[in-house]
Design a protein around this ligand. Sequence first.
Ligand code: FEO
Length: 407
Amino acid sequence: MNAVKITEGIYCLPVNLESYQLFEGMWPMPNGISINSYVVQGEKTALIDLIEDVSGKPADFESELESIPLDPKNIDYLIINHMEPDHTSWLPVFHKKNPDIAIYLTAKAAGLLKSFCGIDNNIHIVKDGDTLDLGGGKVLSFHETPNIHWPETMMTFEQNSGILFSCDAFGSYGTLNGVYFDDQLSTQQHAFFIDEALRYYANIVASFSTFVTKGIQKLADLEIKIIAPSHGIIWRENPQAIIDSYSRFATYQNGPAEAEVTVIWSSMYGNTEKLVNNIVQGVRAEGLPVHVHRVPDEHVGTILASAWKSAGLILGMPTYEYEMFPPMAWVLDMFRRKKVWNKKVLRFGSAGWSGGAQRELNTLTEKLKWEFIEPIEWMGAPTQADLDLAMKQSQALARKVKEYCSQ
Ligand code: FEO
């Protein structure tokens, strides 16, 4: 792949990770992901972020540099927006090619650069609003945006073109193959990247939603014409579309999210499963969209996106050895870690021989600001009365969600 020209002297170098790889070693990427670096050429040349040292990807990156053409030795400045290894693990190799390169980064990033890459020479610490004039009409300014996604993260803004190199913020899953800008997307592709942005957000950024909101507020003073994130499509026709999407995703944490219900269910021998159809019908009877996920068949990475967006959750799980069915416990613990807060919730499930799942669920979620309605629980197999109650209670949950979302 060749480097992609954004405007005169400014290029994107997108490198695709494929769908068989796991992001952060744990998140499935059915549609892959791009890791985008950027080159800004004035009289001097700056490289913004790098590439992960995985599966031959640095070779792709180097061939994109060559296509500009640009020799790594001739890059004057390396700007590090973010030290996570998807952007920096190849840095020690790159640094051997250009050991005197001037590196610009935040103070916290400098500490991480030393500990992750063993590099501490020719370091230039930048603070909020500092600038670097490359000559030739290219001026970079630096904007600290801590915790989007790590505490050292910053964004870089090229003042004359109005391009914001936004790092992980405004990023998405999904590889880039011949289409790089929002104005090249069909309606279907546009929806795809917004959906992939939500799943990426829920997996990677969700815990830091407060900082996303603060970061977006801070950008209000910049005249942003193009958003160039570290992952996914470049937004040049309508950068506000992805800013608005991220703003909306962040608000889901404090609620209400969308007037939708996500049903997440698991079953050992089919007794809990018997209620699922009635649960779904109950939500539909109230006119709300419903998303259904079976555990452990579906990975928590997919379920997180659906749960993050939905104001209502319905959790189906049996008791297993006096506690929650373990695959559901894993999903719910991830919800706790990712701060899936402020939901209206119903739980249903077989109590087996003793019960105990509800007790553990209550304990695990006590800090999540969830409002539960009366659960549906029975010993052994469900009766017709339990099936009827499933319909009644899921309708009640759906009504509660509607009321919550109309406030
Ligand atoms: Fe794309 Fe937080 O790294």
